[in-house]
Write a protein that binds this ligand. Sequence first.
Ligand SMILES: NC(=O)c1ccc[n+]([C@@H]2O[C@H](COP(=O)([O-])OP(=O)(O)OC[C@H]3O[C@@H](n4cnc5c(N)ncnc54)[C@H](O)[C@@H]3O)[C@@H](O)[C@H]2O)c1
Length: 416
Amino acid sequence: MVTVFGLGFVGLTTALGFAEMGHTVYGVEADSHRLSTIASGKLPFLEPGLDKALLRHLGHNFKPVGDPEAAVDDSEIIYYCVGTPYGDKGEANLEYLFAAIEQTIRLFRDDKFRVLVVKSTIPPSTTRRKIIPFVEGKGFHAGRTIGVANNPEFLREGHCWDDFINADRVVLGVDDPKSEERLKALYKNVKCPVFCVSTTTGEFVKYLSNTLLATLVSYSNEMSVIADKAGDIDVGKSFRILHSDRRWNSCDMTSYVYPGCGYGGYCLPKDTKALYAFAKSAGFEAGILGKVIETNDCMPGIIADKIDRAAGYDKGKVIGVLGLSFKPNSDDVRDSVSAKIIALLNQKGYCNIIAYDPVANDEFARRYDKIPLLYRHSCHELLAEADILVILTAWDEFRGLKELTDKPIVDCRYML
Ligand SMILES: NC(=O)c1ccc[n+]([C@@H]2O[C@H](COP(=O)([O-])OP(=O)(O)OC[C@H]3O[C@@H](n4cnc5c(N)ncnc54)[C@H](O)[C@@H]3O)[C@@H](O)[C@H]2O)c1
């Protein structure tokens, strides 16, 4: 019996993944709209495969609930998949995590040994320095009367279900044998390697992964800016030639070694900033991470200048933006670079901006309601009205754009 707090991309995938493995799972969600959507058998976001898993398990071994009391009482393992957004100085904001842990502990009515497992991304040493003292302050003894562990998640949005079910590794951050035994039993049927490490190593491994990806993206973007300064360089082709090096051996990582508009989305920006802030608070200036962040923060400005140049600095032109989600095959617009670029174009005086995204128009309009933007429902509608086209998200649908129009195109994703 497992309870999962937070039914976002990670929590819903985790809950349904455990249900698929044969466990009985309660999913606790604080947002009533999200909860009722899930309880009615629908996904609150676009995520291939997860929809079918929800229909398979809903009402059988997966129960979404708003009130966690019965769930916590029944469960021996409690997962936390709540958000860990930016804090004021870029550090990870842990308020949702601690609120959920506190909420859980208050509901304990017996002295059953329960393991609290953090799947949210939290900076190295958070468990040891903050979570364990917090639960011990409530009268528990970590490792004896309560387990505290982590199990970082590496899934990619757009591939959540497949990444969870066919994981390439499971990392268990555990410091006590009882928790280790219980978590190993939870994952006993998985086919990939299961690494048991200390709680601090578990936390670190997740940042190691995301900050490397962010570094690859910023490196590629810096190279594309240098190429633009030289002029007459086919940037997309140059990177595809780089990828043909047999040492890459057609690995999926090449998608990160490719220039674009800068990394966005929920994870890379906040996790890179959080690790940088963590290092700083520990008295170390992380020079590489600092530059990775700086390069990324500069990209929207560089792209907005490029569009301005392509429009001949004519603010009356109608700019047609193609792509609003932070990456293709997703409707997630959190920290979307498109929002930053559109806001910068507005600041430069462009007021006629129209946009089309195959799935994210509504979500973008909801989240960025202050950005003045007109939405179009198809690529054709947008092509007919715009004076200049700007590709900001590399949706497959945009690949044949050159055949559809002879209007100027700024291909910020080097995909044509
Ligand atoms: N999105 C990703 O691709 C991804 C991948 C790996 C790790 N992560 C990490 O996983 C965590 C969650 O990310 P996400 O994208 O799923 O976030 P999300 O914002 O989509 O989901 C978090 C959910 O938790 C709910 N919640 C908050 N407090 C709650 C409480 N006390 N009780 C019940 N529900 C509560 C929120 O309402 C929300 O629905 C973050 O730490 C993130 O960094 C995310």
